[in-house]
Unconditional design. Structure first.
Lengths: 181, 337
């Protein structure tokens, strides 16, 4: 169990400078490095999934950043526990996570992403001071690792940010550009 | 120069931004010896009501905290907590701001409480609203940090009070950092570097959309001057305003010193203390004015004439010196907007 956990955090190589201090998963530097390796290998059959916690800033406002940090740690654990041992979880920045899914068909990626969404939704974190339950939902977007890392990350970040809210059923962030009237 | 605030004047209420920075440092369990040196503060408790520190000490506090954490997200996390703050009437007024326009008016009314290190300026034209910042006291090597912090403070507050993430464009007067994930997640995708201004820009249509918490009259009452902190301007802010006002006359060091009632030597010395000099201040204002005119659609000849150049070629050369870019490149950048 512990080894598996470690695998999901570290994947191929272990550079301890590339770890996020708060959540102890890989950071954006490590992610970019892995994406470069993946993209350089040509004809990648991997997917990159990005998730963002809905209205996370309200947790910080209502409960303080310390509590916000604990929510991030809890969400990290939920994600780790629901990933396969070959997947790589990264904290991109703030409340945004990225998951590299090696050798994964987009349909499988979608199913996995939806499973993660449900797993996070079922988490009930309790605020340390007041005991108030804090529930989180995530929205996500994903695509094949078929572009140069910088471009790929830019597109996924854009898609996550468009202001259309996630569909309540699937949580997949909708890119208005792809929605037909 | 006495009416103007300078780097060593105790003009930042310790209970305002500094106490929020202390709270942040304490929550992260930083050691006292890393946080306090050179800040005029020496314990974690809420500072006394009348206590104030000078800009130099506040900058040192930020530098201490940034150095102790050594993390790329410190400026953004700190910024998230700064506004509307707990600064008495002005914070209360912000909480009830009716609209973005109203919030910006409040910001401009009390910069020493809400944005003590960067002077906010507001311009609205051609359907664009631009809130830009100039250095109030010479932030030096902390400039980038302070800009990130203040921009995050504003955009996070607006997001909270308006109930949605506003489509700001964030312009940075700097080269892009190697990677921008912190900017992307904490501010948004609308990032521009190599700009001549540190600015937040937005379509003017957003200015007057009503905000859900807005409570008109109470907030209007709180918008009286002198409710909190100092209403005096910083010296650099005063110089900026003077030059902006007189730019068409091609102000000289001697004229400016006279307007501030000091000798040129004294004037120079005070600017030097803020890490600046007269030519740098003048060039900054000229660049800002030129940008504003170009934004309005003026051609090079018109801008050159406005700034007192007889020859557009001379203007082009000067513009390149002020901004590192030719007017043509700037126009192209403006058009890309």
């Amino acid at each position: 169990m512990v080894t598996e956990h470690l695998q999901k955090r570290e994947r191929l190589f272990r550079d301890h400078r590339s770890f996020d201090q708060l959540t102890q998963v890989a950071d954006a530097d490590y992610l970019r490095e892995q994406l470069r390796i993946e993209y350089a290998g040509g004809a990648s059959d991997s997917c990159l999934l990005m998730l963002d916690i809905d209205s996370f800033h309200l947790v910080n406002r209502d409960f303080g950043q310390r509590e916000g940090d604990r929510v991030l740690q809890a969400v990290t654990q939920v994600l780790l526990l629901n990933l396969r041992s070959t997947d790589l979880l990264c904290r991109y920045a703030g409340d945004r996570f990225a998951v590299l899914l090696p050798k994964t068909h987009p349909e499988t990626a979608r199913a996995l992403a939806d499973h993660l969404r449900r797993a996070v939704a079922s988490l009930r974190h309790h605020a340390q001071r007041s005991g108030t339950p804090i529930q989180s939902t995530v929205r996500y977007t994903f695509r094949n690792v078929d572009a140069e890392p910088r471009q790929l990350l830019k597109e996924l970040n854009r898609a996550l940010e468009r202001r259309m809210p996630a569909t309540p059923e699937t949580g997949e962030a909708i890119d208005p550009a792809t929605v037909r009237a | 120069l006495t009416p103007y605030l300078q780097l060593g004047d105790a003009c930042i209420a310790a209970r305002h931004q500094p106490s929020l920075v202390l709270e942040f440092a304490r929550n992260r369990e930083l050691e006292e010896r890393r946080v306090f040196p050179g800040t005029g503060l020496d314990d974690w408790e809420l500072p006394a009501a009348g206590a104030a520190i000078c800009p130099r000490q506040y900058l040192q506090l930020l530098e201490n905290v940034a150095g102790a954490l050594n993390s790329a997200d410190t400026s953004f996390l700190l910024g998230q907590q700064l506004l509307p703050g707990h600064f008495g009437a002005i914070s209360h007024a912000l909480l009830q701001a009716r609209s973005l326009r109203h919030a910006i008016a409040l910001l401009l009314s009390d910069p020493m409480a809400l944005s003590p290190l960067l002077a906010p300026h507001f311009a609205e034209e051609q359907g664009q609203a631009v809130l830009y910042f100039t250095d109030s006291f010479g932030a030096g090597r902390m400039r980038g940090f302070v800009v990130e912090m203040q921009m995050t403070a504003l955009s996070a507050m607006c997001r909270w009070l308006s109930g949605e993430r506003l489509p700001w464009r964030f312009c940075f007067n700097r080269t892009p950092p190697r990677y921008t994930e912190q900017h992307e997640v904490h501010l948004g995708q609308g990032l521009r570097f190599h700009c001549q201004l540190d600015a937040l820009a937005i379509d003017a249509a957003w200015l007057d959309r009503p905000w859900p918490r807005g409570a008109g009259t109470a907030a209007a009452i709180a918008l009286r001057q002198g409710e909190s902190g100092s209403t005096r301007a910083s010296l650099l802010g005063g110089v900026y305003a003077y030059l902006f006002e007189n730019i068409r006359r091609g102000p000289t060091l001697e004229q400016a010193a006279a307007a501030f009632d000091v000798s040129p030597a004294t004037f120079k010395r005070h600017l030097a203390r803020h890490g600046s000099h007269f030519q740098a201040e003048l060039d900054q204002v000229r660049a800002h004015v030129a940008l504003q005119l170009m934004h309005r659609g003026c051609d090079n000849d018109a801008v050159a004439r406005h700034l007192g150049y007889h020859d557009a070629n001379n203007f082009r050369r000067s513009f390149k010196r002020w901004t590192g870019m030719t007017p043509m490149l700037i126009r192209a950048a403006l058009a890309r907007r």
